[in-house]
Design a protein around this ligand. Structure first.
Ligand SMILES: Nc1ncnc2c1ncn2[C@@H]1O[C@H](COP(=O)(O)OP(=O)(O)OP(=O)(O)O)[C@@H](O)[C@H]1O
Length: 603
């Protein structure tokens, strides 16, 4: 991205603050004029004092001069204080407002992107966050540079240079001649740093990502005593980061030295030239001070040039990644016009092929029907593609080939949000947001009353446990056990009350008693709804109206439990293996021995 393109991208964000921008520009003009007062006053002072000395006058006559100078300098300083305050404050106001708009826009965009966007290598949690933070930060430096640094400093320099030309064109020319050299050095410095900076960005992202993944997996790391291994992995990134940072500093120090040298050469030339002109009688002695101060005004911004150039380059580097997030048009979730008040819930897959963005081919030529108002189970070994089918039915991903239909219409034709409002999804591990239990259940329906929330918790067999907690519904939800968190997710589902429910191993993390309770409440919620359940526990699926058996991304069998059992195919294999793993014979024997007692507890 070129600087011009970035400025064009930023303009719409700055436009709402155009009054502030104009005010800042006016203040800049006043500030740059005020900055030239010192050289003029000092030249006048030196010349007047010189003349007074020549006339043999002393302090008695000098009072008026001193008072006048003090008044002029103080007056200028007062104006300058207001100007600087206004300039900085307005500049900051523009910067802060624009940065919050940009950050918010990035969040808004990301929320609208397909799931595939997040599994992309460059968009993993830490990396995405770094890209947004760095992008906004460096773009804001650009705005800040422009309003707080570049404009005032360069306006100042231009006015000072004009004043030098007006005083004497040779002096002006010397000051001007130094500038290209200075610009060239700053340019060379920034160019040298460009490559290193991109590397730095990558390494910073890597480091952040590494740290986040350590925190995420801290329990596993500790249980395997892999602290040393993880630290070494980080140390390697850190070492490369340190190397890149040192290279940056070394380059900076080298060029800074060169630039100071060039500046001093300019200063010496100005002093020699002015002294020559003064001695030749072409100028008053005050011109020496006058020119030195003016040259200082010319070189001050140029001293900052490299930093500004540098930050601009940084903005160029980081803004590319940031705007790529805003512009990921192909990542936007597709939607359609259909917004039925309540769907029937008959899903049909016709010859569906699907490959994840990572390249894993998950479904091959899958054709199956999920009847409305019935319970359909998806069975298969791990990785068979069961969850993938649910992902497609929720429109989290779109199939590569084949058709997905809901109530006879293409799923693509449905409004994505309207569709998802009609689907309740309970996963094996459900996300619990930071906040209270009440807030987490309310996520299912923001308009729910406290009573409705408690009712949902009761249906999910959670209410009594919540009441046992010291803070009840106001307890921190993230502190709950896995099973309790699962029931929060189910309570959310009760609150949402959708016509279609997808259960992806909903009881996998629950204990036996909780599983039984949840099974009862799920049985209650199943009435009159379309339910798709994935479970490795056969007890959850034997009663289903239809069972689809998946194997390596293909549908291999469909039917009821009895039909599939008789067929002696994949389902039977899984069933037998499950029975063996449960040690069903031993359990059956215990039940037979204890007969009535077990039956009593079961009933
Ligand atoms: N987000 C993803 N990105 C890339 N590949 C994925 C993703 N999710 C699943 N896969 C892959 O797709 C294939 C099917 O996975 P899927 O989760 O649908 O299987 P499953 O039958 O639900 O398995 P399980 O019973 O273990 O949950 C697997 O090979 C898996 O590695």
């Amino acid at each position: 991205m070129s600087l011009w393109q970035i400025i064009q991208r930023l303009l719409p964000y700055v436009r709402p603050y155009r009054r502030l921008v104009i005010a800042t520009l006016l203040l800049t003009l006043v500030g740059s004029l005020a900055a030239q007062v010192n050289p003029y006053v000092l030249r006048y002072t030196v010349d007047t004092v010189q003349n007074m000395l020549n006339r043999g006058e002393g302090l008695a006559q000098g009072w008026r001069l001193l008072l006048g100078i003090s008044a002029a300098l103080l007056g200028k300083e007062i104006v300058n204080t207001f100007v600087q305050f206004g300039q900085k404050y307005y500049g900051e106001k523009i910067r802060i407002s624009v940065s919050s708009t940009l950050a918010q826009e990035a969040v808004g965009k990301i929320l609208g992107y397909r799931l595939g966007f997040f599994s992309d290598e460059g968009n993993q949690t830490g990396k995405l966050q770094t890209r947004i933070d760095r992008g906004v930060e460096s773009l804001m430096k650009l705005v800040q540079n422009f309003f707080i640094d570049i404009l005032p400093l360069f306006a100042n320099a231009v006015v000072a240079l004009v004043a030098m030309f007006v005083a004497n064109r040779w002096v002006g020319l010397v000051a001007l001649a130094i500038l290209p050299l200075y610009f060239w050095l700053s340019y060379a410095q920034a160019e040298k740093l460009q490559g290193v900076r991109r590397g730095l960005q990558r390494l910073r992202e890597e480091k952040n990502h590494g740290l986040i993944s350590i925190i995420d997996s801290i329990t596993v790391i500790k249980s395997f005593v892999r602290e040393g291994y993880e630290a070494d992995k980080q140390a390697d990134t850190q070492a490369r980061l340190t190397g890149a940072q040192l290279t940056t500093r070394k380059t900076n120090f080298r060029f800074d030295g060169l630039k100071t040298f060039v500046e001093q050469i300019g200063m010496v030339l100005i002093i020699i030239l002015t002294a020559y002109l003064v001695l030749g009688g072409q100028m008053s002695i005050g011109a020496i001070m006058f020119h030195i101060l003016l040259f200082n005004n010319v070189s001050a911004p140029i001293r900052q040039l490299h930093r500004i150039y540098d930050e601009m380059n940084e903005a160029l580097t980081y803004s590319e990644g940031f705007f790529a997030i805003l512009d990921a048009a192909d990542a936007v979730e597709t939607t359609g016009p259909l917004r039925p008040a309540r769907v029937q819930g008959r899903f049909e897959l016709r010859h569906v092929d699907f490959t994840y963005p990572s390249g894993t081919a998950a479904l091959h030529d899958v054709s199956l029907t999920i009847e409305a108002g019935k319970t359909t189970a998806l069975v298969g070994l791990s990785g068979a593609g069961k969850s993938t089918i649910i992902n497609l039915l929720c429109k989290f991903y779109a199939p590569d080939q084949g058709d997905l239909l809901l109530d006879g219409q293409s799923l693509a034709a449905y409004d994505t949000h309207a569709l998802r409002r009609q689907i309740g999804l309970v996963l094996q591990k459900n996300h619990i947001f930071k906040g209270t239990i009440e807030e987490n259940i309310r996520y299912g329906d923001f308009t729910a009353t406290q009573e409705q929330i408690e009712q949902a918790a009761r249906q999910a067999y959670l209410h009594d446990q919540i009441l046992d907690l010291p803070k009840g519904y106001q307890s921190d939800a993230q502190q709950l056990s896995g099973g309790q968190q699962q029931r929060i997710a189910i309570a959310r589902l009760f609150l949402k009350n959708p016509p279609v429910i997808f259960l992806d191993e909903p009881t996998a993390s629950l204990d036996a008693i909780a599983t039984e309770q949840i099974k009862n409440s799920l049985d209650a919620i199943k009435q009159g709804r379309t339910v798709v359940i994935i479970s490795h526990s056969l007890a959850q699926i034997v009663d289903s109206d239809c069972i689809h058996v998946m194997k390596k991304g293909r549908l291999v069998e469909s039917g009821t439990h009895d039909e599939l059992y008789e067929r002696r195919g994949t389902y039977r294999e899984i069933f037998d293996a499950s029975a063996r793993s449960l040690n069903i014979e031993r359990l059956a024997k215990t039940m037979a021995d204890d007969g009535d007692e077990v039956l009593d507890t079961a009933l």
